[in-house]
Structure formats: C-alpha cells, structure tokens
Ligand binder design. Structure first.
Ligand code: TRH
Length: 391
C-alpha cells in the first residue's frame, strides 16, 4: 500500500496585535523564535505595534516594514500590507482577527493552511475541554482551531525554550554576582531579600512598602520602569522616579531599573529571591525561574481574573504544606484585591517565617512543570495531525 505523504510545514505566519502592555507581543515573539530555532521553521511575525515590540527586544527598528531578527522575519502589520502567499501554518494570536484579504488568499491554497487561534493562558479546568476545538469559517472552506496553553497534558502546555532550564542553571551557578554588578548592586548581605516588582497600579502597594520598610531583614526592591512607578514615588514622597534612581527608607532600598530586554528580564527573575509579576508571560517566566512569585492577574471586568487566580493558586499550592500555602494564598489574594484577604503586614510576617519552604517549593514546582512537553512541541504535533487529516 502506498504511504500517504504529508507535506512538511515549513512556513509559519504569526499575527499579533498589541492591545496594551507587552504580553501579546512577548508571547508571540517567544513562539516565533522557538519555531525558527528549534523546528527550523521559516517564520514571519506580523506585529501592528513595533514600538511596543522594541521595548522587549531593543534591536527592533519600528520604522522598518520588514527586518530579520534572530532567524525570524519581523513584518510591520499595516492596513495596506500585502503578505503574498499565506504560510503553511497561520497563527492568530489571541483572536486578533486576520486581514480579510489574507483569509481570502488562504482559500486558494490546497490544502489550506492550518489555522490556529492561540489563546490566553489559564489554569482553569474548563481549558482542557476547549483545547483543540475546531471552529469552521461561516462562509469559506476554512477551519480555525483553538489552541490553549495550559498546565496539564490535556492542554497546549507552556512556552519554554529547549535550553531554558540549562541556561538558568548555568546563570545561577556562575553569573549571579556579575549580574548584580551590571545593575550597580553589591552582592546581597546575609538575610537580605532581593525582590523584583513588575505590576499594574495596585492599591495594596503602600501597605506592602510599609511592611518592607519595617522588615527585620534588609529588602532591596528592583522596579523596572513601568506603570507602578508613580505609586512608588508617592510612597517615597518624591515627585517622580526614573531609571537608575535609588532611595532608602528604613529597611527598604528601592532601585529603579531601565526596562530590560526580555532576556535580561529573565535573568533578573532568576537572580531575585522573590518576584512580583503580572499578566501572563512574566508569570510563566517567574515559574521557570524556580523562585517564589506573587502574581497580579491582568484585571478583567466583573473580577473574572479572580477565577484565574484561584485556579493557579489551587494547583500551585496543592502539594505545599498548609502554613506556607496560607501565606502564598493570602498574599496573592491581597495583591489582587480579593475581599477578606489578610493585610500585607501579616503576609510579610508569613513570608519571613516560610522563606525556606516557599523557596524549596518553587524549585519543586518548576521541575514538575518541566515534566510536561513544551508548547512549541505540542503545537507542532497538533498542526501536523490537522494537516494529515486535510490531505
Ligand atoms: O505586559 P503585560 O501586562 O501583558 C498583559 C498580559 O499578557 C495579558 O494577558 C494581556 O491580555 C494584556 O497584556 C493585554 O504582562 P506580561 O504578560 O507578563 O508581559 C510582559 C512582557 O514584558 C514579558 O514578555 C516580559 C517583558 N518584560 C521585559 O521584556 N522587560 C522588562 O523589564 C519587564 C518588566 C518585562
């Protein structure tokens, strides 16, 4: 019997519209880069806001219609764009809606491209039931598939470059002191906390800074430029804060860092004892950092993000001993405005008491996540299965 030959899917078009912040382009970029590096794919990444992209990848030139970056062809997604022949695989990141003309061109390919809608990450249990579902186009002979990242094998997995854990382990062993030096900081003194803070505006910030101000151990707070800075400045009683500013109040030293490249931000997460992260991508990176984290979910209407918060808390704390779990849950809830959560003074006392337990758990959690296949491998397998059905 003749074996069916499935054409290789070498070309990928990834479309990303930047709504606000950096998560959408951050995730799309990681996906594009890994497909090119690890799968030998020819990837075009279409982004409608290259200035936002440049923040996380400083060598991007926003004025260019097309440029090559780390093996990926980065294209400006403009209303007048002409993409030419659609790729073998088309990824619509976060339901960004493809250009109509491009969709019309997809029909002219036989078989048509495999069309993926890459969804937002959530640990909620409904995700497994929705992962991989088809959505036929209402008029055209095209099917779009919903691909959900997630924390279980019933989902699309988490983005993780193949060499990520190795690079991190090498950094932790050899490069942390040099990293602090590059940020203008001495090595930490015994007992000191080095904490990174990446956050949206947050009403719980002042009481958290109060707790660190009064802390028994020194706290060095590293704040990359961003939306939280005006609130930090208010608390310090200064008119404003800029990159490289520093201030000390009690046990707390605040250092403002220039917004880093994505790769440098990873290194900051690896180096710190505790990371406050927000949104989606930094939350995952903090988990790969094997350091304790406090997550601020992207705020949604009717507090829908509290369900996401609860879902991640449930799996993250499932095997954590009760006292440490209570500290983590209380802090995440307070940081996300969940009514009835303990105040930050109580939370911080808990962190001090549970420091070792929470630190060890972060390592265990990272290893557990690493047992699952990564998102890129899972996506490629999924796409191959859809293509073989189509030929
Ligand atoms: O920027 P975000 O708040 O993005 C959010 C979320 O992704 C949310 O799900 C989405 O709906 C909303 O945007 C529109 O948080 P996130 O996802 O952590 O993305 C931040 C990116 O910025 C991440 O890739 C890390 C990167 N980063 C740097 O490159 N340098 C830095 O100094 C910092 C602080 C972050």
């Amino acid at each position: 019997m003749k074996q069916m030959v499935v054409p290789a899917m070498r070309t990928w078009d990834i479309f990303c519209s930047v709504i606000d912040n950096y998560g959408d382009v951050g995730v799309s970029w990681r996906l594009a880069r890994s497909l090119a590096h690890e799968q030998g794919a020819q990837v075009r990444l279409w982004v409608d806001d290259l200035t936002a992209f440049q923040r996380i990848r400083p060598d991007i030139r926003p004025e260019r219609a097309q440029q090559s970056c780390d093996g990926v062809t980065v294209c400006a997604w403009r209303p007048d764009m002409s993409a030419g022949r659609p790729a073998d695989v088309v990824v619509e990141a976060f339901g960004c809606t493809l250009p109509e003309a491009y969709v019309a061109d997809m029909v002219t390919r036989s078989p048509p491209p495999v069309w993926i809608n890459l969804e937002y990450l959530s640990a909620e249990t409904w995700v497994a039931a929705h992962h991989g579902l088809p959505s036929p186009h209402p008029r055209l002979p095209l099917t779009k598939y919903f691909f959900f990242p997630g924390y279980t094998e019933q989902t699309g997995g988490l983005l993780r470059e193949r060499d990520l854990l190795m690079r991190r382990a090498h950094f932790v062993q050899h490069d942390v002191a040099a990293h602090w030096q590059s940020l203008g900081l001495p090595p930490p003194v015994p007992g000191e906390w080095r904490i990174s803070l990446f956050a949206y505006e947050n009403p719980a910030l002042a009481e958290l800074l109060d707790a660190w101000h009064a802390s028994a151990e020194p706290v060095t707070l590293l704040v990359p430029e961003g939306r939280i800075l005006p609130q930090v400045a208010d608390w310090l009683g200064v008119p404003g804060l800029h990159a490289c500013d520093a201030a000390r109040r009690g046990a707390l030293e605040v250092r403002v860092l220039p917004f880093a490249s994505q790769d440098d931000y990873d290194r900051l997460l690896w180096a710190c004892d505790l990371n406050f992260v927000r949104g989606e991508d930094s939350c995952v990176r903090a988990q790969w950092a094997a350091r304790p984290l406090v997550w601020q979910a992207y705020p949604q209407a009717a507090a829908a993000h509290h369900d996401k918060l609860d879902a991640l808390l449930a799996i993250y704390t499932a095997s954590l001993e009760s006292a440490a779990a209570q500290v983590l849950i209380g802090t995440w809830q307070r940081w996300n405005g969940v009514p009835g959560a303990p105040d930050m003074a109580a939370c911080w006392a808990g962190w001090r008491a549970q420091r070792d337990v929470l630190g060890a758990h972060a390592t265990v959690w990272q290893a557990r996540l690493a047992d699952h296949p990564g998102l890129v491998d899972t996506l490629v397998k999924f796409v191959e299965s859809k293509r073989s059905q189509a030929v």
